[in-house]
Structure formats: structure tokens, C-alpha cells
Design a protein around this ligand. Sequence first.
Ligand code: HEC
Ligand code: HEC
Ligand code: CU
Length: 502
Amino acid sequence: MHQKIFSKSRIKIFIGFTGLFFLILNGCFPHHPQSTFNTQGPVGLEQERLFILMFWLAIAVFAIVQSVLIYVLINFKRREYPIPGTDIRIPDVPPKQVHGNTKLEIIWTIIPVFLLAAIAVPTVQAIYSTAKPPISENVFEQPLEIEVVGHQWWFEFRYIDEGIVTANELYIPTGRPVNIQLKSQDVIHSFWIPKLAGKVDLVPNNNNSMWIQADTPGDYSGQCAEFCGIAHGRMRFRVHAETPENFDKWLESMRTPPVPFAGEGYGLFLANCSMCHTIDSYTSGSYEREVKIQDERWSDWYSDPEGAVRVSAPNLTHLAMRTTIGSGEQELNRENLIKWIEDPSYFKEGTRMQEVAQLYEGKKAKLSGSEIEAITDYLLSLAPPQLESSSTQLETELVSKEWDSPEEQGEYLFTSYGCASCHSIDEDETKIIGPGLWDIYEKSVSKVEGLSAEEYLEQSIRYPNEYIVEEYPEGVMPLIFENLPAEEIESLIAYLKTLSKK
Ligand code: HEC
Ligand code: HEC
Ligand SMILES: [Cu+2]
């Protein structure tokens, strides 16, 4: 059957391919946040230089081979020659057949050998220079050591020497190499900041490393580049390159506790969210605790995906200082945060947060609108004092409160620290998340040999993992009461003492 050159199906295919071509080409615009052109820093520049060299060499080879091909196709086309003065056309005579041409074959073998050798030299150089940061005598130019841990579907950043843990937004100083150890807790991910460096995989049980350096301050967009499960496409992150002074300020901020928050949101957060999210990585020893607890959260879920109430999750210390939520997916603002807490899948399908947390069980949050807003306000107060504004007024309210008795203060703390959301205080000892606390004082008298009831209760509040109540999960009661003032502990115990008939 004869086919028209411009048949409908051909036009469709043509339009399809042209569209795809422009879509792919779109990734080449250097101003695009995730373009691999217009790179920054020694690693990115070196890789881009190599790419450009290879690109032009490949273009040259392509142009030469194609010109020869087109020349041959046109000049040696099969033709019919008319015999002048007649209607007869004689078919083309087949050209002389040759087999092999040693000279030609040597030439077209030698040329690629030279080309590959020419590419190999800078490639091997680049492999070495991008493997390890340059060694410098100057202490201030020593690489910053960072550990990146891939999780389904977010990134954890650990500043080994500074003892700081954060997630999804990596702060680095400009002009200084950053040495990155890459780890994964679950499956293979890939760490990619197109403008700073090429991809390197995060492989479970096999640590890789890479280094980056940004020479100008700015935000760089990054992304997981290895398919790692349902939310892979939304596993993004940011790199904030700051001048060394601003970077030091950031470090300092991360070590400064936020202004105490006295709204309802704190208690709700402790009760519903604290088993997965740490919010106090400014306290001493918090780095080691976080590394350990992140493993425990993970193994809880890994060993029992159905029964677990926690799973490894982003550290939310000073969340309000960040610019994104949902692993770089959405801008951090009040509206988006409310949506995220209400229903994480609104922005990001398949998060472990929604899958594992008791408060979701895969659906929308079992919290009222005002409770979600209260938690949001709490999270937005998580910033060091100078950055934070809205909750100062709440703080004065807390400080100025006068208590008639320790019991009264204890009752207030019991609600505002979220104890009430996990522990029932009725006579039936209803099980919420933790054990019911009716009659707890009496029961504590003989719980642990050598500990008085007061001592046992103080232990249970400050170090919940010291004695785990049978049939209750370890690590669910928040570990953040360790540094409560003695007075508050006394009030809480005084209040607990009232939970009894006597
Ligand atoms: C079962 C563990 C779990 C519980 C409980 C939980 N989360 Fe999460 N949360 C996660 C995980 C896992 C992520 C990472 C989701 C992702 O991006 O894939 C996350 C992400 C977040 C983020 C975004 C952080 C970022 O940097 O992208 C916020 C904010 C957050 N959770 C708040 C809360 C709040 C508020 C609660 C309680 C109402 C809560 N979470 C309860 C596991 C949990
Ligand atoms: C997120 C839920 C949660 C919150 C919030 C919480 N707890 Fe607990 N608590 C638990 C769980 C679970 C246990 C049992 C496991 C254990 O021993 O750590 C427990 C155990 C205890 C025990 C030991 C009980 C016994 O029978 O020996 C005491 C006392 C206690 N909590 C007091 C408090 C106080 C006081 C607060 C608030 C300052 C508080 N809890 C906040 C979950 C919570
Ligand atoms: Cu990934």
C-alpha cells in the first residue's frame, strides 16, 4: 500500500517526538535550578568542563561521520541514465565491489584510539580530584565532615564534629570543602545536587563518599536520583550555602533552645508526634541519642511494620528556621504546615508518617482543626529567640502564672506537657498510649527495689527508658523531660499523688 509522506499517524509521531525533544531540552537551560550547567564550586566546574570537552568531541565526530555518510548517500545513489534521443533508460551499473581496505581500517581504528586516550587523561584526573577534597594546612579550610543518611523518603544530615542533626535542608559554608559520607537506612538512594556535583549512591551497609564546595552563597536544589519507592519523585532537598560567618551563626542558632512555648500545641505534639520526631537537638548528648533512636525507630518498624507506632523521621529541631516541608516538596508556611499535618498525602503520597502514625492509620489526622492549628503554632515557634516572634507573649503568660499549690501546678503541667494525651487518670486505668496512672504513687512504692516512689516517678519521667512498663513500647514516651527543673518534677509527682482514693 502506498503511504503518504504526511499521513496522520506520522504527524502525530512527529509532534510527539518534537514535544519530548523540547521537554528534554528544557533541562539544559542553565538558569533552571536543577540544570547541570552553570555549575558552582570546584567539583561541579570540573565535571562540567569534562562534559563540555566530551560534548564537543562527540559533536565533531558526529559531524564528520554524518557528512561522509550524506556525501556517500547522495553521490552513490542508484540512478537510471536516459539514452539521449530515445525513450530508453539504462539502469545503473553496480560499482566495483571491494572487500577490505587496510589503510582505511587502520585509520578509522587509530582515530578513535587517540580520541579515547585524549578523553581518558582529563577523565582520570577528574576522578581523582573529585574523589577527595584537597588537603590544606589551614585549619579553617579543613573539610566540614557531614554524614548524609537516606531514608524513604527524606534525607537526614548529621554534622559529625558539631554534633548537630537536621533534615532535608543542608547548610554549608562557602569556600570550604564539605566531605560527605553517604549512608542509607533502607534502600539505595542517590544524592544529587546538579549545580554542585554529580550523583553518588547511598547504599545500605556500604558507605560511599563525595565532596562538594560552593563558592557563592545561595540555595541549591537537590533530589534523590535513584528510584527508591512510592514517594521517590518527591524526595528532594535544599542546600543553603552561607558565608562562613552566617554559617557559624546558623550553628550557634541550632545550639540555642527556642523560647519555651506554652500553648496547647506542645502537649499535642508530645502526645502525637514525639515518638517519631525529635525537637530538642540542642541539648547535650542529643547527637548520640538521635543517632541511636533513629535506628531504634527504624528497627521497630522494620521488624513489625503492622504493629509499630514509630519509624525513623526527620529531626524537627528549629523547624521554623527552614524554608520547606515534605522533603523540599513545599514551601514552609502556616497554611502548608496545617495541610501537611492534616493529610500528608495532600502534598506527598505514601509517606511513612501517614502510614505508620496511630493518629493517621493511612487516613486523615484524627485531630480537630483547632488542635492542628495549635500544633502548627507550636512548630512555627521552634526557632532560636531572635528569629522567633509570636510566642514571646505566651512565654510571659507562663512565667507570670502563680500557683496556689504544687498539685495545682502539677495538674497544669500534666496537661500542657501532653502527659494527659498518653496517660489516662481515671480509676478504670484506660489504656491510651501509655499506662493509666490511677493510683500510680501507691504502686510506685514497691516497683523497683531500692527506689522510693518519688525516685521511681522521677526516673520514669526523666529517663522513661530506664524501666519499661511491661507490655508498653520503649521509646514512645518523649525523652525530653530529662532537663525539667526539679520544681516541676516535684509538682508533677505531687499531682500524681492525688490520683488515688486515699
Ligand atoms: C510514625 C512516625 C511519625 C509520626 C507519629 C509523625 N510523623 Fe511527621 N514525619 C514522619 C516521617 C517519616 C516524615 C518524612 C515524610 C516524608 O517526607 O516522606 C515526617 C515529616 C514531617 C514533617 C516535614 C519535615 C520535613 O523536613 O520535610 C513535619 C513538619 C512533620 N512530620 C510533623 C509531624 C507532626 C506535627 C506530627 C504529629 C501530629 C507528626 N509529624 C507525626 C513520621 C512521623
Ligand atoms: C507520647 C505518649 C507519652 C507522653 C506524652 C508521656 N508518656 Fe509517660 N509513658 C508513656 C509510655 C508508652 C509509658 C510506658 C513505657 C515506659 O515505661 O517508658 C510511659 C510510662 C510512664 C510512667 C511509668 C508508669 C508505670 O506504671 O510505671 C510514668 C510515671 C509516666 N509515664 C509519666 C508521664 C508524665 C508525668 C508525662 C508528662 C510529663 C508523660 N508520662 C508523658 C507514654 C507517654
Ligand atoms: Cu530515594
